[in-house]
Design a protein around this ligand. Structure first.
Ligand code: FES
Length: 158
C-alpha cells in the first residue's frame, strides 16, 4: 500500500510517530500551528503531512525558538494540502535570517561567558576595564554587553 502525505492519521498515530503528547497536539492546534479534519464521528484526523510540522515544532522547542516565531513562518505554508518542496524552500529562506541571528547571539554568549557581561555585578577583574563603576548601567538594565548582540523581537526579521 502506498503512503500519501494527505492520508489522515488518528491522534494515536501522531502521538506514536512523533512522541508528542495528545495535550501538546491539542495546544499546537489551538495556536494554529497544526490543523486537523474531523471524521463523521467528530474524531480529530491529522493529514499525514502534519507530522513534519510537529517534528519542526519539536526541534524549535529543543532549540529554544519561541512558538510565535514558528507560527510566523508556518503562516506562509498552505493549510489545505501538503507543502511542496518550493513551499519549504520559501519557509527556509524566511527562517534563515532568524536562525542566523540566534546563532550569532549564542556564539556571543559562549565567547563572553568567561568575561564581563556588563550586568552591574562588578565581580570579575575584567569588569574594572569593561564596566568601570557600572558605567554600562546607563545604557539600560540587564547584561548590557550581551544584549547588544542578542536579537530582540524588533530586530528579528520574519
Ligand atoms: S560581569 Fe557583571 S559587571 Fe562585569
Amino acid at each position: 500500500m502506498q503512503v500519501n502525505p494527505d492520508d489522515l492519521l488518528t491522534i494515536g498515530d501522531v502521538v506514536r510517530r512523533t512522541g508528542v503528547s495528545a495535550s501538546a497536539l491539542h495546544f499546537y492546534e489551538r495556536k494554529g500551528l497544526i490543523f486537523t479534519e474531523r471524521s463523521a464521528t467528530n474524531q480529530r484526523l491529522y493529514p499525514r503531512h502534519m507530522l513534519r510540522r510537529v517534528s519542526l515544532l519539536i526541534m524549535a522547542k529543543r532549540l529554544g525558538i519561541p512558538l510565535g516565531d514558528v507560527a510566523a513562518v508556518f503562516s506562509t505554508l498552505p493549510t489545505d494540502r501538503a507543502p511542496s518542496h518550493r513551499d519549504w524552500q520559501r519557509l527556509s529562506l524566511a527562517w534563515k535570517a532568524q536562525l542566523e541571528d540566534r546563532r550569532r547571539a549564542i556564539e556571543a554568549l559562549e565567547h563572553e561567558l568567561t568575561g564581563c557581561i556588563g550586568c552591574g555585578c562588578l565581580s570579575m577583574k575584567a569588569c574594572l576595564l569593561l564596566n568601570p563603576d557600572d558605567s554600562l548601567g546607563e545604557q539600560g538594565p540587564g547584561p548590557v554587553r550581551l544584549q547588544n548582540t542578542t536579537p530582540t523581537r524588533h530586530s528579528r526579521r520574519t
